[in-house]
Write a protein of this length. Sequence first.
Length: 146
Amino acid sequence: NKTFFTKLKKKPPKQLDYIMQELHEEEFERTDCLECANCCKTTGPLFTNKDVERIAKYFKMKPQQFIDTYLRIDEDNDYVLQSVPCTFLGADNYCSIYDVRPKACAEFPHTDRKKFQQISNLTMKNVAICPAAYNIVEAMKKRINL
């Protein structure tokens, strides 16, 4: 994968975003994230200030109270969960804050992002976590000859 993504970064095909959108949609028509929830079990999202404000409001808390209760600041100075698996993940793999979840969760595994080639390091990590991301990247490798 590393070699493929290095080549992809150097010379991304003109239709890459379109192809990725198509592969993403096809994969998520047949993938039920509730069967896995590996992203929620093994990694935590970054929380933006907007995420903190939105989720705190949902809990009827002040943003600082939400931060103190659920988050910590990591080595990159970002807000992340105090612990993994995600505090908001239920035993049934449902997210208790799904409607107000962090942007990073809503966009995961980021395989339909524009300028996909710019997030190759993130994608390589996500392929190891998310079966859908793995399937999308494998389909992309078959479709794009580099």
